[in-house]
Design a protein. Sequence first.
Length: 254
Amino acid sequence: MPHAAPYVLSAPGYLSGGGDWEHLTELLRLGHGWRDVSTFDQHTALASPDGHLQVVLDRRAEWTWTLHATAPYGQDWAAALGAHLPVEYVTAMVDTMLRPPAAGERSVLDPLRAAGWTEQATGPVASAVSPDGLVHFTEEPAHQGAAKPWRANCTVNGYRWWTATFSGHTPPGLVTTFTRSLAGDDPLPRMAIGTPLYRCGPYTRLTPTSHTYEDEQALLRARIDGIRSLRVPRPRPAALPPNPTGRTPAARTR
């Protein structure tokens, strides 16, 4: 049955809410061929075919996304992401998980600097604050010589909407993908009901749109089909038998 609920375009993205979780879970399951390894007390847990990457949406921890990787994807690392963080941001990070690490990644703060965030130096760690003052992205202290973790949180008038934490060995490219999403100004499609989020009205820009639930599903199906077409190898044409004469064979006649 068609969903007639109207949609709006919401900006900034970090105040737009989680969105439709299936845009990630179905992409991994149907597009990339990940296995469902959910347990009774988890909402969703998916593992890559080799078992070394996991994406979990855990209802025990206030519906927190967890991205987790083990060898051979470098040292073990994990990222915990609040469910009110847009699923588009989480999907972008998972896309980065699936790609080989890029050499010479730029500073994870560069996208925020370019977007006009205020950088704050607090001793040996760095941090940046969004122009509206609602999101803080901070490098956490660590033992000397240890890789430093990162933490971000979005708080509106004392209400904490989401938190994102990245362990010390999280690949810089994945953290940069996160900061690039935070810095982006593209609005996100959301159902008008429930938007803007609680207390976020004064900070949220809403634009009417003709975008519908069916459009969202069509985009998801197209992306799944695109990934599957790249994942499934095409059959090779049958090899011709060797021709010792080196001449082009004559056409057959009936």
